[in-house]
Design a binder for this molecule. Sequence first.
Ligand code: 1PR
Length: 524
Amino acid sequence: MITLLDYGAGNVRSVINAIESLGERVKIVTDIDDILSATKLVFPGVGNFGSMMHILNQKNYVDPLKDYLRSGRPFFGICLGLHALFEYSEEAPGRKGLGLISGYAKKFDIDLSVPHIGWNGINIKKPSRIFNGLGGDEKFYFVHSFYVAPEDDSVVLTTTDYGLEFVSSIQKENITATQFHPEKSGDVGIKILKNFIESVDEKEAPVRVSEKTRLSKRIIACLDVRSDDRGDLVVTKGDQYDVRENGDVRNLGKPVELARRYYKEGADEITFLNITGFRDFPLEDIPIMEVLRLTSENVFVPLTIGGGIKDYTDKKGRRYSALEVAAAYFRSGADKVSIGSDAVLIAEDYIKTGRKTGKSSIERISEIYGAQAVVVSIDPRRVYVSSPEDVRHRVIKTDTKGPHGEAYCWYQCTIKGGREGRDLDAVTLAKVCEKLGAGEILLNCIDKDGTNSGYDIELINAVKNAVTIPVIASSGAGCVEHFLEVFTKTQAESALAAGIFHRKEVPIAVVKDFLKDKVETRLA
Ligand code: 1PR
């Protein structure tokens, strides 16, 4: 029996699923006695250090947790579950950690996108039984803006390189904790959890030791999901956002089945977009929650869900916050939520007033679950102009001339799945959302969606150069060369595609095989 400390934030469902997939039972901590009587404790911290320590204090878990850690019984911490062991974190000045390990968690101050999101390697510093059966050159899934700096080097188990060499896991006697997420790292992550669960004594140092680790570019499979005219939830796909063919909603498969297929084929992440979420109420949408729940049972890579994340009043007049909608998605198995229409309205408001309210969906979800859990999905459309002075938006000079030979364009933000254009450009939206606490940008392009003609490189460069958070390039992938083009002509951290994967034109493994030796990728 594994005892799991869930203090109520973020996606612990995937940790439970990962442990249960190994045939082990999980008991969730509901009171102090559960901590004190545990024989093996897993602490998957998610979100923000300040809110985590606040909740642990409020529930009176701090002292029992310290007693457990000092008792010599096995402990496995993940992400914030690692940070919690230290004295404090720069993420929440003034808030004390458990202080079992001297040192603190520091914010990345580097010339690369932060958060550090994606698959990176580990440089193993000492033998440990958690590596038994691993080769040493595997990649694991990271998502964080802070890293731990222990005072005593002897606790360092692995390091990872990202702008600098940081500590990516520690081991001190009975305590093991990783910055990366084993529960989101496919088979190799499950292996690490298995090694923790099984009581074997021999410690192994894997045969291969990577000198310097490298972050992979991610390949993301996207599933646009909605009900068809019979009311069944299907994966659909639009051409420039029009998902109907001969009047019917295009049906390209079942969401859970397709997600499982993409996981097996080596997708680094899976995104579900509940494309009619803007007009439905996600908390009443049992099927989409069920899709997440079932997918997370055996798909051990990060899952993002978008659609309908906004404040909402139901038919009876009860008000729900975007935070409640996001919380329901997280509880069902999502690791990140993606905000589309609401982000545009929030940015417009911010531009008008020039100040943060602290109440928007982006700010609230970021504050509680961490910036890395908040993706902003942008649905822009090209608008051509003859001269940069024609509009007050961010205009770029384009190589793809307009219908009247225009040499300039701007990218107009839309809401409600492209149905309504707004007086805001994509570059400005991305910058404002970053300021408000978004951790990643999912950059679609209506003109390119479903065209198989390649990504909009000009758009991606314009947005990527304006922000410091990671950007997911989306829309237009038609062949393997398009992935190479987006990774060599832009600094985008990941490339998302839908149609070519659904129609089996180019399987994910073929994309990765083509990129091998050209671009750093994770080979599943
Ligand atoms: O506005 O917060 O409720 O979120 C709604 C979400 O649903 C947004 O993220 C929006 O992008 C998405 N969405 C709404 N309507 C559509 C539609 O297609 N009618 N899909 C839609 C957006 C774009 C991509 C697509 C890529 C790659 N789909 O997700 O997967 O363009 O396609 P390709 O590789 O086939 O070219 P809210």
